[in-house]
Write a protein that binds this ligand. Structure first.
Ligand SMILES: [Fe+2]
Ligand SMILES: [Fe+2]
Length: 268
């Protein structure tokens, strides 16, 4: 299968750009599935039901999130009814929504899991306790043809450790949350595609997607409660990875995709 994963959408410009691009890319690159992390899609904080519907209508198959999932309260009733929008699976028991799912698409069955790491992140259950559940839920070439895990977290060590813990059991482990793409995309020893962070889809003339002045003031004047973070509205870059898998569900290749904005462009 050929699957596009797009990193954290930050705000309206990135949202509109990515929705337009995924419609084109699906046909142009003959993508079998598209997965998008939308945790910052609504003004940088959270996501709304309407935004989710727009991404599904543009061709996204599954949406993942992270620590910002509950920033817009109206998402609670939506996620309770829609298991194609995921929240981290290691949120405490009883949290609305699900963190792991599999769906049927034209090319077969894809499984997606979303976890949040523990270091420097808001509190969740220990992420490594979820590894057996992921391995047991996704059996490549038995109950799923392709399986991807979005590891939402700050610490690169923790994300790499999850990559190695899942190597050979899933098609891909992709990192999100830091909003900066890393250059370590590779196929791990046992056949799992891996990248520590896909990077955000947003304006890179910013501080992780937010207006530079606002974000800088927060560091310079931490006691000034008036400073409010706003999404930086310059030209966005779509940051993603394209993963190609073998028929056995393990991966052949993982390639970065950067389109638009300030970052060096990848050639399709
Ligand atoms: Fe994010
Ligand atoms: Fe995040």
């Amino acid at each position: 299968m050929k699957v596009l994963f797009v990193g954290d959408i930050v705000g309206r410009n990135a949202r509109n750009f990515v929705q337009k691009k995924i419609i084109e890319l699906k046909a142009q690159l003959k993508l079998d599935a598209i997965i998008v992390n939308v945790e910052n899609a609504a003004g940088g904080f959270g996501v709304t039901p309407l935004i989710c519907d727009d991404f599904f209508n543009a061709g996204a198959d599954i949406l993942t999130t992270g620590n910002h999932i509950w920033d817009k309260r109206e998402i609670i009733s939506y996620i309770s009814k829609n298991d194609r929008l995921l929240r981290p699976m290691n949120m405490i028991e009883g949290t609305p929504g699900v963190g792991i799912t599999s769906i049927k698409i034209d090319a077969g069955i894809i499984g997606v899991a979303n976890v949040m790491t523990n270091l420097f992140m808001s509190r969740t259950d220990p992420v490594f306790n979820k590894i057996p559940e992921i391995i047991n839920s996704f059996r490549l070439s038995a109950n799923v043809d392709f399986a991807l895990v979005d590891v939402h977290g700050e610490a690169s060590s923790e994300k790499m450790a999850i990559g190695y813990a899942l190597d050979g059991n899933v098609s891909a482990v992709v990192g999100t949350h830091t909003h900066v793409p890393t250059a370590d995309y590779q196929i791990l020893e046992k056949g799992t595609a891996y990248i520590t962070d896909v990077g955000m889809s947003g304006d890179y003339n910013s501080i992780i997607g937010m207006n530079k002045e606002d974000a800088l003031n927060r560091f310079m004047f931490p006691n000034d409660k008036k400073s409010k973070l706003e999404v930086s509205l310059g030209e966005p870059t779509l940051c993603g990875v394209i993963i190609e898998s073998h028929t056995n569900g393990l991966s052949k290749s993982i390639k970065p995709l950067r389109l638009g904005g300030r970052l060096e462009q990848t050639i399709l």
